[in-house]
Write a protein that binds this ligand. Sequence first.
Ligand SMILES: C[S@@+](CC[C@H](N)C(=O)[O-])C[C@H]1O[C@@H](n2cnc3c(N)ncnc32)[C@H](O)[C@@H]1O
Length: 279
Amino acid sequence: MGVNKFHMKKNLKQSKIDRHGLCLNEYKKNYNNAKVYFERATGKSPEMEVSKAMANIVKKKINSDNKILDVGCACGHFYRSIKKRVKKKFYYTGTDPYPIFLDRAKIAWKNDKNVNFVKGNIYDLPFKKNQFDLSFCSNVFIHLNDVKKPLKELLRVTKKTIIIRTVLYDVSYKIQLVYNNKWWSDTNVSPAEEFDNKGNPKAYSYFNVLSFDYITANIKKINPDVSIKIVKDNFFNKKVITKSQKKEKRPLATRIIGDEQVSGCILQPHYFIIIDKKK
Ligand SMILES: C[S@@+](CC[C@H](N)C(=O)[O-])C[C@H]1O[C@@H](n2cnc3c(N)ncnc32)[C@H](O)[C@@H]1O
């Protein structure tokens, strides 16, 4: 899930946040998530609805021999969906800060020669200017404290098209999911200690909703010449999501209420933000 996380060393009571405002321990020992992503990458579990939708967008945007980047790639499960739909030759790079995912990604794709995985953080991507023709980033912005630097980084490393999938609405909401050790084993915060004396959560991750105006204004601030298209993610099959929620048994796995996706009690209207750089 998110990015800010209580340090998991026993008995340590302070949040350990890195220089980007992230705590990279968030997923460090999350074996359950790693198993879910690995099984999606290897085809043991079905493709995610969002990875199919992303692959269909990518398909329309790339040319032969293009280089594409997946930021927050986990085990590279989106590559499976893209490979299935894009018949042109392309080179895929996945980047993620967490070795628990990248190690499994390398196993899942060890026989594919046009694929590589690089340890990287969206706040400081280890790539050159315009290194990729197309970059995409799915379900990561929701968990970031600040998105200005990540937007700059995506626009820096990408020559043509950037696709971001995140939760948007008319107004922004800054939401913190607060952990305790009753339901999240990687924290030592007890239910009675969820908040400190100032009322701030001790162990948390973000589930932010960004306003359309905020995201578009900040993209334009970085590069006024880009075109931005925002497309509602209505591309999912409700039954498929319900089935995988039941199978995976992850706390707060996506479920459906009405026509919308929901995590816990938070409604998540997802969108694809498609940014094209002018030639
Ligand atoms: C909710 S998962 C989404 C995985 C996949 N993109 C998808 O949509 O199914 C969030 C991913 O973002 C990664 N992540 C978290 N913080 C990150 C950061 N600062 N930079 C890059 N990736 C990050 C996590 O390790 C995880 O793989």
